[in-house]
Design a protein around this ligand. Structure first.
Ligand SMILES: Cc1cc2nc3c(=O)[nH]c(=O)nc-3n(C[C@H](O)[C@H](O)[C@H](O)COP(=O)(O)O)c2cc1C
Length: 331
């Protein structure tokens, strides 16, 4: 049997198939199903600062209304503690997950302010998370926002969070940087121990009947692995950082390709939503069987073996290959 063990963010894992942030891990039952289904580690859904702010505002309103009402009403009067802990349900989920499951629990944060990021990072650390994933998800809709300013904001958040907690921090980013390599280097210099490539940013559609912007969240397809595959292959071996692949992992085929490119772990959400948590185990088994067929003895043997630094023709990842393909179309 091939040895599938790997290390991610300093955490030793028996195999590289991880549940990425998604709705199933919203409950303890879901987290347990993901563990039973075969996840080597579980990333919780993101704690969004805006959601907490909304919760806190609602509680504050409730308190103000309660203060105006009669004595009996005090039963619904929230304590100051509750108001201060708008993130309470999330922290409770982290705590209970730590008590009830064996696999590493990675809390995911999506803040809007640097103070918010740092504050929630401290809270999830205290709640017992093994690691933190920062979901850096910002759409710079202001046409005057410069690329440099956006990059600086990301770097500042990562540096502040890494300085505030002793936990390993992974950073989940989208692919939309002019110079991905430099951005990745800056995030690592700011303290990131892992990079998660890539987030799928929400892209709204238009509903032509209702003439409205339609909120849509389509599940991924395996064809979407190409962009993360490219950047994993380019970055592997160039930075001292764990690499996680996310997007398009529906079977062992995508998992194997990502590992060959250089991923330490391979994450999945869409396929798990489609087929259920046991699909994670099926991906692991498929990977094992494929490695056996090829005569590969371990994940560490093959990891990065098709990265840009290891392939015979490094230009295969760059412009030259594109031109070759275009020429072949011209007949
Ligand atoms: C319904 C749904 C909810 C998600 N929620 C989160 C989230 O809270 N935080 C996050 O970082 N990513 C979230 N994601 C993104 C996934 O973690 C993953 O990165 C993305 O879906 C690409 O992987 P996939 O192709 O395996 O789905 C969500 C995805 C889906 C489909």
């Amino acid at each position: 049997m091939p040895d599938l063990s790997t290390t991610y963010l300093g955490l030793p894992l028996p195999h590289p198939i991880v549940a990425s942030a998604g709705p199933i891990a919203h409950t303890l039952d879901g987290i347990r199903r993901l563990e039973d289904g075969g996840a080597a580690a579980i990333v919780l859904p993101s704690l969004f600062e805006e959601q907490i702010e909304r919760e806190n505002e609602a509680l504050t309103r409730l308190m103000a209304e309660g203060a105006d009402s009669t004595g009996e009403a005090s039963s619904y009067f929230p304590s100051m503690g509750e108001v201060a802990a708008g993130s309470g349900a999330y922290l409770d989920l982290v705590r209970r997950a730590r008590e009830r499951v064996q696999v590493p629990i990675i809390a995911s944060l999506n803040g809007a302010t640097t103070d918010g990021w740092v504050d929630y990072a401290r809270q999830v650390h205290e709640a017992g998370a093994h690691a933190i994933e920062l979901n850096l998800y910002h759409i710079p809709a202001d046409p005057m926002a410069t690329g440099r300013a956006v990059e600086q904001r990301y770097e500042d958040v990562v540096r502040a969070v890494c300085a505030a907690v002793p936990l390993p921090v992974a950073v989940k980013i989208g692919p939309y940087f002019s110079a991905m390599g430099e951005m990745a280097t800056r995030l690592v210099a700011a303290g990131a121990r892992g990079l998660v490539l890539f987030n799928r940013f929400y892209q709204p559609d238009f509903d032509l009947d209702r003439m409205e912007v339609a909120p849509t969240l389509d599940l991924s397809s395996p064809a979407e692995i190409r962009l993360p595959l490219l950047w994993l292959a380019v970055l592997h071996g160039r930075l001292d950082v764990s690499l996680a692949a996310t997007t398009g992992v529906h079977s062992h085929v995508e998992a194997a390709k990502y590992i060959l490119a250089g991923a330490d772990v391979v994450m999945s959400t869409s396929a798990v939503l489609k087929h259920g948590p046991a699909h994670l185990g099926a991906i692991r088994k498929g990977l094992e069987a494929w490695m056996e067929t090829k005569g590969f003895s371990s994940v560490s043997q093959i990891r990065g073996s098709m990265s840009q630094q290891h392939v015979a023709a490094p230009s295969a990842f760059e412009r030259a290959n594109y031109i070759k393909i275009l020429e072949s179309w011209e007949g």
